[in-house]
Design a protein. Structure first.
Length: 118
């Protein structure tokens, strides 16, 4: 019998940026994407294209869910938080994602402090 090797965790594909410069003006979608790219690179995951989960309104509106690819998405600890866009948003079956306080992490694997964190 051969010993089965543990599977490699999926690559980082989802994080909440812990450090966003400025006052809320991210420079549009391009600027927000660049911030994500820089944050990911600093965390050692800059070898892929990163996009902010943002939408625009008005003429030529852009929907955030159309910008992020098809999944799956794993947090910095390798935990898959959603297998598809439909699971991420609960389109087919509610609660098919794994978005919870302890799985929605920053780029370094730290929990995001918020209500009830302390």
């Amino acid at each position: 019998m051969a010993q089965q090797q543990p599977a490699e965790p999926p690559p980082l594909g989802f994080f909440v940026a812990s450090d966003v410069p400025g006052s809320g003006n991210l420079g549009g979608l391009e600027g927000a994407d660049q911030i994500c790219q820089n944050v990911a690179a600093a965390a050692g995951a800059g070898d892929r294209t990163w996009r902010a989960y943002l939408s625009t309104q008005g003429e030529n509106a852009v929907n955030a869910r159309d910008r992020i690819g098809g999944g799956p998405w794993a947090n910095p600890n390798g935990v898959v938080i959603a297998a598809s866009v439909e699971d991420l948003h609960g389109d087919v079956q509610r609660d098919r994602n794994y978005l919870m306080r302890f799985t929605v992490l920053d780029q370094n694997g730290n929990e995001i402090l918020g209500s009830g964190s302390l």
